[in-house]
Design a protein around this ligand. Structure first.
Ligand code: MG
Length: 393
């Protein structure tokens, strides 16, 4: 059982600014903000972070005002991450920074946009949304005179880069090494990764029910929903449907988060890594769910893959997103001067360095940075004036 109520001091295996592998461009310390606090603040003040409010999670932004967007999703991930970090004695500020930044590289229209952009970039090295999040903080944000990007600490960048192909890992130096050796990142990065999954699995249930794409009768097929739904119903006959759903989703998150804390704490106590470097030498994650909770959570994920993400209305959105993203990519490849001046300038430099692939990368960066609504209007203006209408009806 989890019993601690007071903030726990940092454990020896937590990330600390003192043991940080540092920033790419050395900077002096701030008088009162720690290195990870500065990372978090830089992320919140970035342009890419503000754009998350108009980017799709599963539902297109203008479908309704109550669905999650990438921004509210990122805040929920950070909230879960910080709760667990505080209980385990990990660095809350670092976890928060990673969670807030983890989706900065997402394209408009969620996974549909990303898959399309990856196809468009097939000849030019592909497009990985996770690697794009790193590109945003390392290169694309322009906020400092002395360096490109946000110059975040190694630990924040390590957490942002959750996955990476071996080909791309080879080009990332120290940051890519763990993918080549199949080693784990620090515990804060492990935690942010699983907080992301917990957040989206559970809030997609809520959004899916709200949108009428899922029903309670279908969800009862999963034990995690069914157990808490039955229990919540017993709590009050007078609860209306929305309140019952909220009570159920709340209990689902609580069960999984509590298990994550308890199971991870047991693992850390057993393995007792001396410091963050000892964590990084491991092949297996130390932050994780017990096998039972893992199975319950995984079965919910499979259910959502089969039902929500394959729902005909979501697939219709996927199809339209495919058309818009491909249309925009081809349009800017044919005429890169249709992009804003900053992107044209960048594209010209990269074309000189690496020809067509350089141009394609500049176009992919531009299209990936678009919000849903910006992509609509750009497509309507440049490619097809008839498409400027909601994707899901
Ligand atoms: Mg996410």
């Amino acid at each position: 059982m989890t019993t601690s109520r007071q903030p726990v001091a940092l454990e020896p295996y937590a990330a600390t600014p003192g043991a940080s592998r540092g920033r790419c461009y050395p900077e002096s310390e701030h008088p009162y903000r720690s290195a990870f606090q500065r990372d978090r603040d830089r992320i919140i003040h970035s342009t890419a972070f503000r754009r998350l409010v108009y980017k799709t999670q599963v539902f297109v932004n203008h479908e309704g005002d109550h669905y999650r967007t990438r921004l509210t999703h990122s805040l929920e991930v950070a909230q879960i991450g910080r709760t667990v970090a505080a209980e385990l004695g990990l660095n809350e500020l670092l976890v928060e920074a990673i969670c807030l930044a983890h989706d900065l590289g997402h394209t408009p229209f969620g996974h549909a946009g990303q898959d399309t952009l990856n196809q468009c970039m097939e000849k030019y090295g592909g497009f990985e949304h996770n690697l794009q999040s790193l590109r945003v903080v390392d290169e694309l944000e322009e906020r400092y005179i002395d360096f490109p990007g946000l110059n975040l600490t190694f630990e924040s960048r390590e957490g942002i880069l959750k996955h990476c192909s071996r080909r791309n890992a080879r080009e990332l130096g120290e940051l890519g090494e763990r993918f080549l050796h199949r080693h784990q990142p620090g515990l804060e990065a492990q935690l942010a990764n699983i907080a992301d999954e917990i957040a989206y699995n559970n809030h997609d249930v809520d959004d899916g029910l709200r949108a009428g794409l899922l029903t309670e009768d279908e969800l009862i097929a999963t034990d995690l929903f069914s157990d808490h739904y039955a229990h919540s119903r017993e709590q009050g006959d007078k609860m209306d449907r929305r309140a019952l759903i909220h009570a159920t989703v709340r209990a689902m998150i609580n069960e999984i988060v509590t298990d994550l804390i308890d199971h991870s704490r047991a693992t850390l106590t057993r393995q007792a890594p001396a410091d963050i470097e000892a964590v990084r030498g491991q092949a297996a994650a130390m932050i994780g769910l017990s096998p039972d909770a893992e199975a319950r959570h995984r079965s919910l994920k499979h259910f959502l893959h089969g039902s929500l993400y394959q729902h005909e209305r979501v697939l219709a959105m996927t199809e339209r997103a495919h058309v818009i993203v491909r249309g925009l990519f081809e349009c800017y490849m044919n005429d890169m001067h249709a992009m804003p001046k900053d992107y044209v300038r960048r594209a010209e430099i990269w074309v000189e360095q690496s020809g067509e692939a350089g141009r394609a990368r500049a176009v992919a960066d531009y299209v990936a940075g678009m919000t849903d609504r910006y992509a609509y209007s750009a497509y309507g203006r440049l490619v097809n004036s008839g498409i400027n209408e909601p994707l899901m009806g």
